[in-house]
Design a protein around this ligand. Structure first.
Ligand SMILES: Nc1nc2c(c(=O)[nH]1)N[C@H]1C(S)=C(S)[C@@H](COP(=O)(O)OP(=O)(O)OC[C@H]3O[C@@H](n4cnc5c(=O)[nH]c(N)nc54)[C@H](O)[C@@H]3O)O[C@H]1N2
Ligand SMILES: Nc1nc2c(c(=O)[nH]1)N[C@H]1C(S)=C(S)[C@@H](COP(=O)(O)OP(=O)(O)OC[C@H]3O[C@@H](n4cnc5c(=O)[nH]c(N)nc54)[C@H](O)[C@@H]3O)O[C@H]1N2
Ligand code: SF4
Ligand SMILES: [Mo]
Length: 726
């Protein structure tokens, strides 16, 4: 006998519904796609079912770990672990000031309900300028471009795949990644449907990916050249009289400036740098303008490159100029059931977005969204002086593998006086920690995708109660964050986490104009993230309650996206600021790139695999079995010219790796591709399967000195490298 539980998968952004068999003895049986899920209709990828393996993984930490006098990490009780944090962290803050403590927030902190809700309070309590996250090796350029254009950093227009007839997609490979900053289960099915209904999918990518192969057209591009391509398309739209703003004509500021700055970027001028001939650029611009429902979408390949912010901006410039913004089948704004920044305050107007309000201490790189670029973290630890980082808190992150020049960063970690990590694994990063605080497995937590429904392709609300009770000795992650917050506030390591939880409700109630006492009474007896969610739903745009969601285990479909402008804008002008000053200010750099000559050297790009998830799921045997996936892909002509077979040595300014080679004509000549998140054979890592399938760390090659200046985001695609037989 067994029972079925339903749960949204938290592993990537696609939010698939899972059907999970729970056996009589409280074990986990089979996990499949939930056919009744209102959004995923049974779709699942190979990672979804591995929540079972993650739950059962013997290497997953079940108790806190504390470094003893012998220098080794040992299991400890929760009280001991929190006491150690208090004992070690507070004196550092007292002696050296708040900035001496840095915090790094990793990707799963956005995928974990409890973490995403309680992190802001911990970060605020730390009162440090040294806040870092995986966002500056990812989507920060898109956040800045959306913030400047539309007013909030999560004002992401998403491609309305289900109704479009023309999709121009740059730097994304959703057949492997399942989509990003555009939440929808089954991207592959949705893309195939565009083609089946006679539409076009054009993929711009230096590699002929699976997505490109299934598309109607693949346009290979030199890494980093997207902004030039897009600018040339803008040029053609103006030159050939194809600009048509439609309904939004009165809502857009700066069209003439954009016309002016696009003048020099003719298709002929950009062709030598992009590798795309002028006729193709003209045709793409005309196709985009002619399609009745068209959309441009760019993702990580357009962000983690030297013109990340400009490329992200130009994606939406094209959507605006062709009248496809905020239209069905175009680029639209979601309306999440919990409310959010595009729904708060006065409709249609706001404070807009400011960037660079301060700069980093050592290199002077700009702040954005209250954070500094993670490429600055190592130097902030190693450079003496006032404000030097001496302690680090990492939460759901593995910067030792995920961020550039990781050798330098790992050496910097050794210099810290104290480090605490909230993480379920003893991995490449947490091996440097003095205290590790592991949360329960995903199956013992409730779940709601607070973040990803903000940019979902349909408006959906789906709550998952915990599938399993907490294991003995396990401790809720939101309570861990609450207790860290209280420690930092000087309330003591044994303070009651409900103080932080109650404060959160009080603040939310006040912001919504509700009476706090009545609100507490209304939401009782719930506590923790569930209570916060209930309040957010009640004050959100659909008048839902958590009970409504509990009564709908397969989710509630709130319908397709609807036009939201002008109400969703939060710019100071109340307009779409198409020519915001920071974009124009960065254009001389782009113009200078027109004079570049391709020098015959190699550049490195990254890739993802369906059975992998950044750096942390390589301990799941069913996902890593088979051929090694951490290989260097190189074009046959390049391999032959260099005499490379078997293995290659790849080196950059920052490091070198020796890696097995996969010769394939799917990559352009002069480009090599290596996935990130590997390199698990480091001392002290307690992940046996990952160690046996170690691979090499591509971020030894990524350079902390290469970045997009507007965002400080790292360049992870288009890294100059040398390739030789290994
Ligand atoms: N070269 C190169 N580098 C890249 C990229 C690239 O394309 N190329 N991609 C970048 C991108 S897009 C991203 S998002 C970053 C990711 O960078 P990070 O977020 O730093 O790294 P992850 O590999 O996601 O590591 C997640 C960590 O969270 C832990 N974890 C997993 N689940 C939970 C949980 O429920 N609770 C807690 N507390 N911890 C949990 C894992 O054990 C692991 O330590 O990597 C970036 N790095
Ligand atoms: N299976 C799996 N799924 C994942 C993840 C994972 O690690 N594994 N990670 C998750 C995370 S954190 C994120 S952020 C998303 C990312 O999701 P996607 O953005 O879809 O990321 P990728 O699959 O890496 O695809 C990026 C593509 O950009 C191309 N590219 C590289 N440089 C350039 C360039 O200069 N210009 C252009 N036009 N293209 C370029 C690469 O060849 C690659 O095909 O995926 C998420 N989903
Ligand atoms: S596509 Fe993403 S959400 Fe869906 S099952 Fe796979 S990992 Fe989970
Ligand atoms: Mo990411």
């Amino acid at each position: 006998m067994s029972e079925l539980a339903f749960r949204t998968c938290p592993l990537c952004e696609a939010t698939c519904g899972l059907e999970i068999e729970v056996t009589d003895d409280g074990g986990i049986g089979r996990i499949r796609g939930d056919r009744d899920d209102v959004f995923s209709h049974g779709f699942i990828c190979p990672k979804g079912s591995t929540l079972k393996q993650l739950h059962e993984d013997p290497d997953r930490l079940r108790t806190p770990m504390v470094r003893g006098d012998d220098g080794e990490l040992h299991p400890a009780t929760w009280d001991e672990a929190f006491a150690e944090v208090e004992r070690r962290l507070l004196p550092i803050r007292e002696q050296y000031g708040n900035d001496a403590v840095a915090v790094y927030l990793g990707n799963p902190s956005a995928h974990t309900f409890g973490l995403s809700l309680y992190l802001p309070m911990l970060v605020r309590a730390l009162r440090t300028t040294n806040v870092y996250s995986a966002s500056t090796v990812d989507q920060r350029p898109k956040e800045i471009s959306s913030g400047l254009l539309f007013g909030t950093p999560i004002s992401f227009p998403v491609p309305d795949l289900d109704r479009t007839s023309y999709l121009l997609m740059l730097g994304a490979n959703p057949f492997e990644s399942n989509g990003s900053l555009a939440t929808a289960p089954d991207w592959p099915g949705r893309l195939r449907a565009i083609v089946e209904r006679g539409g076009s999918v054009v993929v711009v990518d230096p590699k002929r990916t699976k997505t490109a192969e299934e598309a109607t057209e693949h346009v290979p591009i030199r890494p980093g050249a997207d902004a030039l391509l897009l600018m040339a398309m803008v040029h053609v739209l103006f030159e050939d009289g194809l600009v048509d703003l439609g309904r939004l004509a009165d809502l857009v500021d700066g069209v003439d400036e954009v016309r002016r700055v696009a003048t020099d970027f003719t298709p002929e001028a950009v062709a030598p740098v992009t590798g795309i001939d002028a006729a193709t650029v003209r045709r793409l611009a005309h196709e985009l303008a002619a399609a009745d429902r068209a959309v441009v979408y760019g993702r990580i390949g357009t962000c983690t490159q030297e013109f990340g912010t400009l490329a992200s901006w130009l994606v939406d410039v094209l959507n605006v100029l062709t009248g496809n913004l905020d239209e069905p089948g175009g680029a639209m704004f979601a309306k999440a059931a919990t409310g959010g920044p595009t729904m708060r305050g006065t409709p249609g107007k706001g404070r807009g977005m400011r960037i660079g309000r301060r700069t980093s201490r050592v290199r002077g790189l700009p702040e954005s969204l209250g954070e500094l670029p993670v490429i600055c973290l190592a130097e902030e630890i190693t450079t003496p002086g006032e404000g030097q980082v001496r302690a680090l808190v990492t939460i759901a992150g593995n910067p030792a593998l995920s961020t550039p020049n990781s050798d330098q960063l790992q050496k910097a970690f050794d210099q810290l006086d104290f480090m605490v990590s909230v993480d379920p694994y003893l991995n490449e990063t947490t091996r440097h920690a003095d205290v590790i605080l592991p949360g329960p497995s995903a199956l013992a937590k409730s779940h709601y995708d607070i973040a990803f429904y903000q940019f979902s392709l349909r408006n959906v609300a789906n709550y998952s109660p915990p599938v399993l009770p907490l294991d003995e000795g396990a401790y809720d992650e939101w309570k861990t964050l609450a207790r860290l917050t209280l420690i930092v506030q000087g309330m003591g390591s044994d303070a009651d986490p409900s103080v932080v939880d109650d404060f959160a409700i009080q603040s939310l109630a006040q912001r919504a104009g509700l009476d706090p006492d009545e609100t507490f009474a209304l939401l009782a007896p719930r506590v923790g993230p569930d209570r916060m969610l209930d309040l957010m739903l009640r004050t959100g745009p659909y008048d839902l309650t958590l009970d409504d969601l509990i009564a709908a285990p397969h989710g509630i479909d709130l319908g397709p996206l609807e036009p939201r402008l002008p109400d969703a804008l939060r710019t100071a002008s109340g307009k779409i600021e198409l020519a915001a000053e920071p974009f124009l200010g960065d254009l001389p750099r782009l113009r200078a790139a027109l004079d570049r000559t391709v020098n015959g050297g190699f550049v490195l790009i990254g890739r993802r695999h369906l059975r992998s998830n950044n750096s942390w799921m390589h301990n799941v045997g069913v996902l890593v079995k088979g051929k090694p996936r951490c290989t260097l892909q190189i074009h046959p002509a390049d391999a032959e010219r260099l005499g490379i077979a078997g293995t290659a040595k790849v080196s950059s300014r920052t490091g070198a790796v020796v890696v097995p080679v996969e010769v394939t004509d799917t990559v352009m000549r002069g480009v090599v591709s290596l996935p990130h998140g590997w390199g698990h054979d480091l001392d002290g890592v307690q992940m046996d399967v990952a160690r046996a399938n170690a691979g090499v760390n591509s971020n030894l090659l990524a350079d902390d000195q290469l970045f997009d200046p507007l965002s400080g985001n790292a360049v992870l695609n288009g890294i100059p490298v040398e390739v030789a037989p290994g």
